[in-house]
Design a protein around this ligand. Structure first.
Ligand SMILES: Cc1ncc(C[n+]2csc(CCOP(=O)(O)OP(=O)(O)O)c2C)c(N)n1
Length: 546
């Protein structure tokens, strides 16, 4: 005989789970006790939201569901933001919450909330364990749904009295099979090839699905064989190396950035692994005059600005190889590659000595300090827009940007999860000062688990992105300022290292030293966000330089 909680943990082991991020409570006592004899490590964190973000980034980087755990009521509500972020960023996550006993769930009772209903709008699958015997099916279904295209969240509520019940040894975990995505029908391949052959000026837009589907090599070959330029959404950075001659850079800024001129010239847009939750088609297809080809394992969302000429559903690599085999036209690569303008913009700031530092200078130095396989995790704010535009990303999953739900606070916990998954890589998070303070308590978690991460805070004592929007819309800003602690002392009070960049020339050596320190390092980087509105003005007046 085993308890339902022990069976549950065996089922998680069977799914390949190695870590659970979370905070236990009274209602998880049996589950926590069952973990003692398991191969799974429990990573005790300091806020459930951080646990969900850690599971989110783990899922996004590995393709295997990240797992987080909380108690009922307030523990579960604290999970919500990070969990919703994972779900909308298409990252596989399984969240487990304790629940009161089934004998008191029908009435008002201490800390009881209907958790299945609470999570309902932000997930793919949710369930409550009402009988121990269903645990193998239910766990398998949660992982299968969370990990299947498009990945997302699964939620399991585990009432405390069920967790302690006994089950016979015959009830065992179910066999896990990794699904293979089917190939697209031949007719769709032919149709896509014909449209591409007839195109005057085709353009590829890669989305995060290309990375999830391990189709980056196939994407590069496809683009090379047909000589078609490639833009990427923020979450697809690295799907083609920035340095590749056919790579145009990232799109997604609401302003008309250089890369957007590529769209102006295109008559056919080949959207591969693209998800409109990231970059609304209205922004790149306002006049609805282009032909769209959708290549993805999942059906396209319906949108008046995203009416398909052809939808090619199936494994992305397979579809790309077959379409390239079928197409006969090698294009002239007519769309002018304006990446050089971005390069010039960056290089111009390489030796910039202005202080506070410009975003361009910070990103130039950051790129120099990071190896191609190192991982940068962005938080959400004005800094994210600069990272998306200017961080030259060469490899998939080396620049993580949340652009579906886009929640502040992902940076620090995300970096911890990334370093845990890839201990051999340097991991840096760039975060605003506001986003940092939303989950800075996790510095303690990182130190306790000896997770060496570098946290670069772009310090402006303001909600920078909101100020940018206010100034753009109204010409002035209000209610966006706050005071910061002394970040160096703050870091040191945890036992971490803290550095403050006192002049622009100090940033590069400080970054290199921070990685060598091999502990948690906080770098306070004063930033000059007057560059934000300058960029808006520049892009507003921009005329396509061709
Ligand atoms: C949890 C959450 N709250 C609010 C927002 C809206 N929001 C987006 S960016 C931003 C300001 C971020 O400020 P900061 O972290 O200092 O970064 P900066 O913009 O200055 O680079 C806000 C309030 C959000 N995306 N997520």
């Amino acid at each position: 005989m085993a308890t339902a909680a022990e069976l549950f943990i065996r089922c998680l082991e069977n799914e390949g789970v190695e870590k659970i991020f979370g905070i236990p409570g009274e209602e998880n006592l049996y589950v926590m006790d069952a973990l003692r004899d398991s191969s799974i490590d429990f990573i005790t964190v300091r806020h459930e939201q951080a646990a969900a973000f850690m599971a989110d980034v783990h899922g996004r980087l590995t393709g295997q569901a990240g797992v987080c755990l909380a108690t009922l009521g307030p523990g579960a509500t604290n999970l919500v933001t990070g969990f919703a972020d994972a779900n909308m960023d298409r990252s596989p996550v399984v969240a487990i919450a304790g629940q009161g006993a089934t004998t008191r769930m029908h009435k008002e009772s201490h800390q009881i909330l209907d958790l299945v209903s609470l999570f309902d709008p932000i997930l793919k699958y949710s369930t409550e364990i009402l009988e121990p015997e269903i645990i193998p099916e239910l766990v398998r279904k949660a992982f299968k749904d969370a990990q299947a295209e498009k990945p997302g969240g699964a939620f399991i509520s585990f009432p405390e009295n069920i967790a302690g019940q006994e089950v016979t040894e015959e009830v065992a975990p179910l066999k896990v099979q990794s699904p293979l995505l089917p190939g697209a029908p031949e007719a769709k391949i032919d149709q896509a090839a014909e449209i591409i052959d007839a195109a005057k000026s085709p353009l590829i837009m890669a989305g995060n699905g290309v990375i999830r589907d391990h189709a980056t090599d196939a994407l590069v070959k496809f683009a090379e064989r047909l000589n078609i330029p490639v833009t990427q959404t923020f979450m697809a950075k690295g799907s083609i190396p920035f340095s590749h001659p056919l790579s145009l850079g990232s799109v997604g800024l609401q302003a008309h950035d250089y890369v957007a001129f590529g769209f102006d010239q295109a008559d056919v847009v080949i959207c591969i692994g693209y998800d409109m939750v990231e970059y609304h088609p209205r922004l790149w297809h306002p006049n609805r005059e282009k032909k769209i080809i959708h290549i993805d394992p999942s059906y396209a969302e319906v949108d008046a600005h995203y009416i398909l000429e052809a939808g090619v559903l199936g494994d992305i690599s397979d579809s790309l190889t077959r379409i390239a085999d079928q197409a006969s036209n090698r294009h002239a690569g007519k769309i002018k590659n304006l990446k050089s303008v971005i390069m010039e913009e960056l290089d111009q700031f390489a030796d910039d000595t202005s202080y506070p530092l410009t975003p361009q200078k910070i990103l130039f130095d950051t790129r120099q300090a990071m190896g191609n396989e190192d991982i940068l995790i962005s938080d959400v704010g004005a800094h994210k827009m600069w990272i998306a535009r200017l961080y030259r990303c060469e490899r998939p999953n080396t620049c993580i940007i949340s652009n579906g739900f886009a929640s502040m606070g992902i940076g620090v916990p995300g970096a911890i999860a990334a370093k845990m998954a890839f201990p051999e890589k340097n991991v840096l998070t760039i975060t605003g000062d506001a986003g940092f303070m939303m989950n800075s308590q996790e510095i303690e978690t990182a130190l306790r688990h000896q997770i060496a991460i570098v946290i670069a805070i772009w310090n402006d004592s303001e909600y920078g992105l909101i100020k940018w929007h206010q100034e753009r819309r109204f010409g002035h800003a209000n209610d966006i300022s706050f005071n910061n602690p002394d970040f160096v002392k703050y870091a040191e009070s945890f036992g971490a290292k803290g550095y403050r960049v006192e002049k622009a020339q100090d940033l590069a050596p400080t970054l290199i030293k921070a990685f060598a320190d091999n502990t948690v390092v906080v770098i306070d980087v004063p930033v000059d966000y007057s560059e934000n509105i300058k960029l808006t003005e520049k892009l507003g007046h921009l005329v396509c330089p061709i």
